[in-house]
Each structure stands twice: as C-alpha cells, then as structure tokens.
Write a protein that binds this ligand. Structure first.
Ligand SMILES: Cc1cc2nc3c(=O)[nH]c(=O)nc-3n(C[C@H](O)[C@H](O)[C@H](O)COP(=O)(O)OP(=O)(O)OC[C@H]3O[C@@H](n4cnc5c(N)ncnc54)[C@H](O)[C@@H]3O)c2cc1C
Ligand code: SF4
Length: 310
C-alpha cells in the first residue's frame, strides 16, 4: 500500500526497511532534513511518505571496530569535533564538516545525509516558478539540459564537502538493505549521472562510515565558495598521504560524482593534476565560471603539494 502524506518514525533499522518496503516508489528517508526539506520546499522532491530515521539509535555513535573507526550515519556534523578518535586521527574530516553551510545547518545535518545530499545546479536549485519560466530540464522531468543549451546529459554537481575528505582517507560505507548488509568504498556509490547521482537501492540505509585506523594521514583541504560564512561549494579539494606514501586526492563541486586521483608521492605532479582536470567535467552551472573553477583545481592541488612537502 502506498502511503499518502505520511510521516513514519521507526526506532530500528529493520523497522525502517519494512516501512520502506511497504512504501516503495513513494518514500524518502529523512535524517537532519537540511537538504531534503529545502528540495521539497522548492518542488524538486515530492514523495508522499517520509521515514524519519533519527530515532534509530543503531545509527549513532563513534567507536573503534577492528582496523576501522566506525562513525554512525546520524552523527551530527557540528559534533564531530568533540569526538576524541576523530580529532586524533582524522582532523581532515572535522575541517570538511565545519566547512558545511553555517552553524545552524551543521547542528542538525548528519554525516550520512551529507554524503547522500542531492546534486546541485544553478538552473535546478530554483523555485518551481523560476524553473517553469526557464524551461524544465532533464533533472526535473524536462527533456534537455538548460545549462548546456540542449545536451541530453545532466552535469549537476556533487556538493558534499565531507565526501572528498572521507574518500581521500579511503572511507568505506556500510549499507543495510532488505536481508543484507554490505560495505563498499564511498566513491563507488557516485554514478557520474546528474539525474541519478547515486547507485543505491531505494530501500538501502547508510548505517555507518568507516575510516581506516593507523594510516597516519597527512592531509590538506580547500573549499572555494563565494561567502565563507554560508555557501555550497564551487570546488572542494581534499588531499591525503598515508605513512606508506600513498596519495589520494578527491574533489567535489566540479562533476556529478567525486573526482578521485590515486597514486604515490613519487608520481609526476603535473600528471596527477592533469588526471584531476580530466575527471572534472564542470560546466557553466555555478556562480563561478568553469574556467575559474578548473584553474583553482590546479592552484589547490599545488598548494597541497607544497604544504605536505610532496
Ligand atoms: C543554507 C544551506 C547551506 C548548505 N551548505 C552546504 C555546504 O556547504 N556543504 C554541503 O555539503 N551541504 C550543504 N548543505 C546541504 C545539507 O545541509 C548537508 O548536505 C547536510 O549534511 C545534509 O544532511 P541531513 O542529515 O540534513 O540530510 P537530509 O536532508 O535528511 O537527507 C539528505 C538525503 O540523504 C538521504 N539520507 C539521509 N540519511 C540517510 C541514511 N542514513 N540512509 C539512507 N539515506 C539517507 C535522504 O533520503 C535524502 O535524500 C546546505 C544546506 C542549506 C539549507
Ligand atoms: S546540468 Fe542541466 S540537466 Fe542537470 S540540473 Fe543543470 S540544467 Fe538541469
């Protein structure tokens, strides 16, 4: 039975998945709500049923688990800085989390919601009336991309700031779905297609994010945005080098998926930057131009190379 204008509040993961199964095609999970509720307000999201997962205690907490630090999907962005284990080994994650929005947003927003937040585009994140007058695009049931003036591909951008930081440190995510729990690398869930930016099953719940312990990461982080006080990213760049010299760079804000470059500290630096630029298919759908954002990719990565003495 499809729910109509229903707000459900499960207290266990199993219960949430059962409710999801009963409302297939007509529900969304709700965590902090700072992304999904804005999309609903703008008419970009209208599923009749919301399944509020915030009362599920299994999704909370930070603890060591084997070789990983396990961070529950419901952990609040502003509170990560109070978790000793994160402060000690993964300060990059704190820097990224504290760059999200403004304090009021971060006090409600969860880390799970952050890596799953909806892709954005200057021509999509507008009121319904604005979009109707400009013409609906591929991402809102139109038939062409407005930003590219007619392409049949959507390049709305991944804007999560914690995703690049987590990916640079080789984060794995845990997903619980109907009858199974699996773990995958965070970057593997992003498809590169702006209309359907993630490949998760509708009923899957992101239960936790796991970061590898004892890798002794040296890291750097930059975020390009118009106002430091409150703004989505136009380019987020996270760089991590582990104790064995493994180098990983991850970008958001310049492609529908996370742009990821992996190598070692001995790799040719120009080659590394070229790979990042090749992955970043940024188009003219941001407050900053494509040219400027791509130039800033080189600037930020070079800055990180200098700072980390690579
Ligand atoms: C003014 C403003 C500024 C912002 N600035 C930034 C910014 O600078 N950087 C940035 O990254 N974001 C920004 N955001 C977006 C948003 O606040 C964050 O991405 C936030 O972390 C989303 O988390 P949430 O818990 O509120 O997610 P929600 O809105 O609750 O959910 C987001 C999506 O994830 C799904 N979801 C959430 N949790 C789970 C789960 N555990 N399992 C399965 N599905 C789940 C929901 O169904 C939904 O599709 C901003 C938002 C606003 C309103
Ligand atoms: S990139 Fe094109 S199709 Fe995608 S949201 Fe923007 S205008 Fe729409």
């Amino acid at each position: 039975m499809i729910a109509e204008k229903t707000y459900l509040i499960p207290t266990t993961i199993n219960e949430a998945i059962e409710l999801a199964k009963a409302n297939l095609g007509a529900f969304k999970y709700l965590a902090g709500g700072t992304d999904i509720m804005v999309n609903r307000f703008q008419g970009n999201e209208d599923t009749p049923c919301l399944i509020d997962i915030t009362k599920i205690n299994e999704l909370k907490g930070v603890s060591k688990e084997g070789d990983y630090l396990r961070i529950g999907a419901l952990e609040i962005l502003e509170e990560l800085k109070f978790k000793k284990e994160i402060v000690e080994e993964f300060p990059l994650l704190i820097e990224a989390a504290l760059s999200v929005g403004a304090p009021l947003i971060r006090k409600t927003a969860t880390i799970g919601g952050n890596v799953l937040c909806e892709n954005r585009c200057l021509f999509y994140n507008q009121s319904e009336w604005w979009r109707e007058s400009a013409g609906f695009c591929l991402k809102c049931e139109g038939d062409v991309c407005i930003a590219t003036k007619g392409k049949k591909v959507c390049y709305s951008e991944l804007v999560s700031d914690t995703a690049p930081a987590l990916i640079a440190m080789d984060a794995v995510i845990e997903l619980t779905d109907i009858e199974k729990t699996s773990r995958v690398k965070l970057e593997s869930i992003y498809t590169g297609d702006g209309v359907t930016p993630r490949n998760l099953s509708e009923t899957a719940i992101l239960t936790a994010i796991l970061l590898p312990l004892n890798r002794e990461f040296k890291t750097d982080f930059y975020k390009l945005r118009e106002r430091e006080s409150l703004e989505f990213t136009s380019l987020t760049c996270a760089v991590a080098v582990d104790k064995n010299g493994k180098l990983k760079i991850a970008l958001s804000g310049v492609d529908p998926k996370a742009v990821v470059v992996e190598g070692t500290v001995n790799d040719n630096k120009t080659g590394v930057i070229k790979k990042a630029l090749k992955g970043a298919r940024a188009i003219e759908n941001d407050m900053y131009s494509r040219k400027y954002r791509r130039e800033m990719i080189s600037v930020y990565i070079n800055r990180s190379f200098e700072k980390l003495k690579i």
